[in-house]
Design a protein around this ligand. Sequence first.
Ligand SMILES: *[C@@H]1O[C@H](CO)[C@@H](O)[C@H](O)[C@H]1NC(C)=O
Ligand SMILES: *[C@@H]1O[C@H](CO)[C@@H](O)[C@H](O)[C@H]1NC(C)=O
Ligand SMILES: *[C@@H]1O[C@H](CO)[C@@H](O)[C@H](O)[C@H]1NC(C)=O
Ligand SMILES: *[C@@H]1O[C@H](CO)[C@@H](O)[C@H](O)[C@H]1NC(C)=O
Ligand SMILES: *[C@@H]1O[C@H](CO)[C@@H](O)[C@H](O)[C@H]1NC(C)=O
Ligand SMILES: *[C@@H]1O[C@H](CO)[C@@H](O)[C@H](O)[C@H]1NC(C)=O
Ligand SMILES: *[C@@H]1O[C@H](CO)[C@@H](O)[C@H](O)[C@H]1NC(C)=O
Ligand SMILES: *[C@@H]1O[C@H](CO)[C@@H](O)[C@H](O)[C@H]1NC(C)=O
Ligand SMILES: [Fe+2]
Length: 595
Amino acid sequence: MTCAKHRIAALFLLLFFFSPAGMVAAKDKDRIPTTLDGPFRPATRRFDPSLRRGSDDLPMNDPRLAKKVRSPFPEQIALAASYSPTSMWVSWVTGDAQIGKNVTPMDPSTVASEVWYGEESGKYSFVKRGTATVYSQLYPFEGLLNYTSAIIHHVRLEGLKLGKRYYYKCGDSSLKALSKEHTFETFPSSSPNMYPRRIAVVGDLGLTGNTTTTIDHLSQNNPSIFLMVGDLSYANQYLTTGGKGAPCFSCAFPDAPIRETYQPRWDGWGRFMEPLTSKIPMMVIEGNHEIEPQVGGMSFKSYLARFAVPSEECGSNSSFYYSFNAGGVHFIMLGAYVDYNQSGAQYAWLKADLHQVDRQVTPWLVAAWHPPWYNSYSSHYQEFECMRQEMEALLYQHGVDIVFSGHVHAYERMNRVFNYTLDRCGPVYITVGDGGNIEQIDIDHADDPGKCPSKSANIPEFGGVCHLNFSSGPAKGKFCWEQQPEWSAFRESSFGHGILEVINSTYALWTWHRNQDIYGENSSGDQIYIVRQPELCLMNIGDVTPRTCSYSSPQCSSSNQCASQGVQYIYLFSLLIIGSLCVILGELWKTMFFW
Ligand SMILES: *[C@@H]1O[C@H](CO)[C@@H](O)[C@H](O)[C@H]1NC(C)=O
Ligand SMILES: *[C@@H]1O[C@H](CO)[C@@H](O)[C@H](O)[C@H]1NC(C)=O
Ligand SMILES: *[C@@H]1O[C@H](CO)[C@@H](O)[C@H](O)[C@H]1NC(C)=O
Ligand SMILES: *[C@@H]1O[C@H](CO)[C@@H](O)[C@H](O)[C@H]1NC(C)=O
Ligand SMILES: *[C@@H]1O[C@H](CO)[C@@H](O)[C@H](O)[C@H]1NC(C)=O
Ligand SMILES: *[C@@H]1O[C@H](CO)[C@@H](O)[C@H](O)[C@H]1NC(C)=O
Ligand SMILES: *[C@@H]1O[C@H](CO)[C@@H](O)[C@H](O)[C@H]1NC(C)=O
Ligand SMILES: *[C@@H]1O[C@H](CO)[C@@H](O)[C@H](O)[C@H]1NC(C)=O
Ligand SMILES: [Fe+2]
C-alpha cells in the first residue's frame, strides 16, 4: 500500500470513530436491554454450588432480635403508606408479650397511641392519636403453650405535605414513654412526572443469616418504599416451646397436633426490621406462612393485628387486599389466601379499583401477591392456576404493567405474557421469593429431567387445584415443558432483592441484586428497562377481548442472546477499528519523518 492510500484510510477511520455511529457503537456495549427487545430467549443461571442452600435462623438472643427498650417504651416501629401520600401509618408495640400457661391478655387501653410530629427536628407541631389492640395465639392441645401479644398501636397521620421530610416520636406522653426521634419523607403527588425514588421488592424473607445479607444490601440501596410480597417472619417453623426452627416443619415435627408457631419470632422480626421500617413505609401482603391456624379455626391473627394497611382508605375493608398510590404509580396488593373467585368480594373490589385508576395521573399500574402465576421451578409449579384463571383477564384488560410475587425461593423474570401466550401487552411477571428464609433456596426446574412435579404435589393452602396441560406450543398436551418455557426470560437460584426505579411515564429500570455480589461493584444479577407502550396497549382499556398484541415479527424473538451477540459484534468491531487506528497512526508517524 502506498502512503497516500494509508492516509486516506486513516482519515476515513478517524472520521468514523468520531462520528455519531462510532460513538454509539462504543457505548452500546454497556446498553441495558429493554422489554422492547423481547421476547428474550429463555436463559438459566443455575445455583452456584460454592454457596450453601441456606442458613439457620438468627437465635432469639441475637442483639438485632432482643428488646432494647424498657416497657412501656415503643419498639418495633414501622411505617406504612396510606392510599394518598398526605397520610401515613405509624405502628409500634409497647409492653411485654407473654408465652406459657394461663396467659392473660394485656388491656390495650392502658397505654396511649400518640404520634408527635412536625417538619423540623425536635419540634413537633402536631399530635395524632390512634388505636391499640392485642391478639392471642391459643392452642387447645396438651403440651402446647399459648401466647398473648404486647400492645400493638396504629396511628394514621393526616394532612401531610407532599414530598416533605417529617420528624416524629411515638408512644404515650402521659407515661413519659416516647420513642426517640425518627424521620420519613412523604411521596410526591400522583402525577406522570413524579415517582417514588426507589421501590424495593422482596418476598419470603424470614430471619436467617441470609435474610441479614438481603436486608443489609436492600438498605444500602436506599429505597423510599419497600414491598414485602408475603411470608414474613417464618414463626411457623417452630414448636410453641421455641427452641430451634426447622427448614421443614412437618419433617422435623411429624407429631405436632397443628402447624405450631413460636410467636416471639414475630417480635424479633419487628425489631430486626425497625431500622428500615421506621424510615420508609413497608407494604405487606399475606403469604401462606401468615396463615397460622389456631383455636376455633382462626387464622392470620398476627398478620391482621400487627400490620396497618390502607384497606379502609382504598375501600377494600380487608387487610388481605388493598391498593395505594405513590407518585405516578398505582399499587394493587392482592390476596391469594382469601376468596379470589369472580363471584367474590375481592374480585368486585378489584374491578371497581381498576375502574377508577386514571392513567393520566398514575400511568404505572403495579400489582403484587404472594404465589406466582407464571413459574417454571418445580416448587409451587402451577399451584395457583385457579387464581390465574379467575383474575388474569381482568388485570390484562386494565393494562397492568408489572406483577411481583414470591413463594418460590429463587428469582425468575418472565417475558410479557397473557394466558400462557407471549403478548406485547401482557404484564412483566417477576418472582422475588429470594429473601433468604430458613426453608432454603429452590433449585429444581419443572423442565429438568425427572423434576416435573406430580399432579398431586403443589396443592395450594387455599383455593382449588386447576393444574392444566398446555393446549398449544411445544408443551402441547403436557403438564411440564421439556426445556425452559418460552414465557420464562431469565431465572436464577440465588438469594437477593429487587429495586424498581421509575424514570418517566413509560420507562422504569428494574435491577435484581444478588446477595453474593459485592456492593459498589456495579454488578447486578439481572437488569432491564421495563417499557410501557400505552399507545399500543391501552387503546381498548376494559375491553374483554385480548388486543392484537402478539409478537408479529419473530426476527429477534431470541433476543436475549440476539441482543448480547449484537453487542459482542459491535465490541469486536470497535476493537478492530482501534487496532487498525493504532497501526495507521504508527505509519503516519513514520511517514511524517520520511515524507
Ligand atoms: C446463606 O448464608 C450462608 C452464611 O450465613 C452462606 O454460607 C450461604 O452461602 C448463603 N446462601 C446463599 C444461597 O446465599
Ligand atoms: C391455651 O388456650 C386454649 C384455648 O383457650 C386452652 O384450651 C388451653 O388449655 C391453653 N393452654 C395452656 C397451656 O394454657
Ligand atoms: C367499606 O366500609 C365503608 C365504610 O364503612 C363502606 O362505605 C364501604 O361500602 C365498605 N366497602 C366494602 C367493599 O365493603
Ligand atoms: C371458587 O370457585 C370454585 C369453582 O367455581 C369453587 O370450587 C370454590 O369453592 C370457590 N371458592 C370460594 C372461596 O368461593
Ligand atoms: C386461555 O387459553 C385457554 C386455552 O387455550 C382458553 O380456553 C381460554 O379461553 C383462554 N382465555 C382467555 C381469557 O383468552
Ligand atoms: C397431561 O400431561 C401428563 C404428562 O405431562 C400426562 O401424563 C397426562 O396424560 C396428560 N393429561 C391429559 C388429559 O392429556
Ligand atoms: C422516558 O425516558 C426514556 C429513557 O430515558 C426516553 O427515551 C423516553 O423518551 C422518555 N419518555 C417520556 C414520555 O418522557
Ligand atoms: C459505578 O457506576 C457509576 C456510575 O456509572 C460510576 O461513577 C462508578 O465509578 C462505578 N463504580 C465502579 C466501582 O465501577
Ligand atoms: Fe410462600
